[in-house]
Ligand binder design. Structure first.
Ligand code: ATP
Length: 222
């Protein structure tokens, strides 16, 4: 059984996240995707982020009654910064994990910074990775994005990866495959949504309706 793991600040969750994950799930046959809000993102320590319970509640509202999504508060329960490697180990050590393959889903920007993450090489031993990229940046063989990713994989992860079209497989099998996929990356970000709310602009059609209402009711991002 294939399961996606998708982490982020989700401050707030928006339609860009949901649409991208939907396309990934369809393409890779993921039976479900687990959304994992981060407590204190290690790479954004300066950020003043909304309380965890608000971010969690907005995810709940966004995916309510959609069975292909699950939410995990594992990173919120841990004290200190959230590290992806700890989260992957947690899922891979759950009872029955032998019958499941967890895929780590992330955006291209996040992937190209992964060498700054804790024990990042171990991440590739724990789970196959799916990198989402904008189609407009081109993702075919020899395209700038995939070319950059392939170069990064060779330089920072392992020279033993064999890169073909949108896929890298490790010759020794020690590291899991890395996949690359074009998704309809909607030009939406948490930053922009917070800014719009702060300026009193509408965020309709950027977030699910229930999330929009929740932000208003709770007075978030004012
Ligand atoms: P912020 O603007 O606060 O940094 P964000 O919306 O860019 O927030 P996070 O919630 O931290 O992002 O992102 C979680 C994951 O979602 C990351 O892997 C990021 O690359 C990806 N992501 C963010 N925005 C989009 C989008 N519009 N489409 C697809 N993936 C996205």
């Amino acid at each position: 059984m294939k399961i996606g793991l998708f982490g982020g600040t989700f401050d707030p969750i928006h339609l860009g996240h949901l649409r991208a994950v939907k396309e990934v799930a369809e393409r890779f046959g993921l039976v479900k995707t687990i959304l994992i809000p981060a407590a204190q993102p290690p790479h954004k320590p300066h950020l003043d982020i909304a309380p965890a319970r608000d971010r969690l509640e907005m995810i709940r509202l966004a995916v309510a009654s959609r069975e292909v999504f699950e939410i995990s508060d594992i990173e919120l329960k841990r004290t200190g910064p959230s590290y992806t490697i700890d989260t992957l180990r947690h899922f891979n050590n759950l009872p029955g994990a032998g019958g499941r393959t967890y895929y780590l889903i992330m955006g291209l920007d996040a992937f190209l910074e992964i060498d700054t993450w804790k024990a990042y090489l171990d991440i590739f031993k724990q789970a196959p990775v799916i990198i989402m990229a904008r189609p407009s940046t081109g993702a075919g063989t020899g395209s700038p994005s995939w070319g950059r990713v392939a170069e990064f994989i060779g330089n920072k992860i392992s020279r033993e990866y064999r890169c073909s079209d949108r896929e890298a497989r490790h010759a020794g099998g020690e590291y899991k495959p890395i996949h690359f996929m074009d998704v309809s990356l909607l030009d939406i970000s948490g930053t922009r949504i917070r800014e719009f709310v702060h300026k009193g602009k509408s965020i309709q059609f950027l977030v699910p309706e229930k999330v929009e209402r929740y932000i208003r009711q709770r007075g978030l991002y004012q």
